[in-house]
Write a protein that binds this ligand. Structure first.
Ligand SMILES: [Mg+2]
Length: 172
């Protein structure tokens, strides 16, 4: 499915909800793209999960800001990939650094930069330990996993909106 078609479907689904998060924060590795960027070379041409770009654009068009919280030990590679994918300018905050805290430090920085309260943020990550830590700040969280067809699926309790958007991945 093309980016534009995904975007339109995602926006249609978002339109069903009266309240959307003010800020959606994404992990990078195994959330936006299917690899650890520390295992790749900066010179490679990266690709994202098939529908990720369309969904990012849908959030932007709906007036929902997007940000990054990544514990990647290679922010230089992550940044090079974000540039190559032409999505770097979309994010209002990009916190990419390794840390012993499981992203609570990332969220404190994002909160200071954007002034969006934690409870109006939504966070997507594939790792439980990050979800558990960030949840303690009262951020709404949602865990991704990738099924055998390489589509992102979602075990969400907190945000039906995004869960439905992700269903697009499964049926497409
Ligand atoms: Mg990850």
């Amino acid at each position: 499915m093309g980016d534009e078609k995904v975007k339109n479907e995602a926006m249609e689904i978002m339109g069903l909800f009266q309240v959307l998060p003010r800020l959606v924060v994404f992990d990078l590795d195994y959330t936006l793209w299917p690899f650890y960027c520390e295992c790749r070379s900066k010179n490679e041409k990266p690709s994202m999960y098939p529908q990720a770009k369309g969904i990012l654009h849908a959030f932007k068009d709906k007036g929902v800001n997007v940000a990054i919280a990544s514990r990647s030990p290679t922010p230089d590679i992550a940044n090079a990939f974000l540039q190559k994918l032409e999505i770097k300018s979309m994010f209002v905050a990009q916190e990419i650094f390794s840390s012993w805290t499981h992203k609570t430090e990332h969220f404190q920085k994002i909160n200071r930069k954007t002034a969006v309260p934690y409870n109006e943020m939504l966070f997507f990550d594939d790792e439980n330990r990050n979800i558990q830590a960030v949840k303690s700040l009262f951020v709404n969280c949602s865990k991704h996993s990738v099924d055998s067809n390489n589509y992102i699926t979602c075990q969400s309790r907190s945000n039906k909106c995004y869960m439905q958007i992700l269903e697009i991945h499964i049926v497409s």
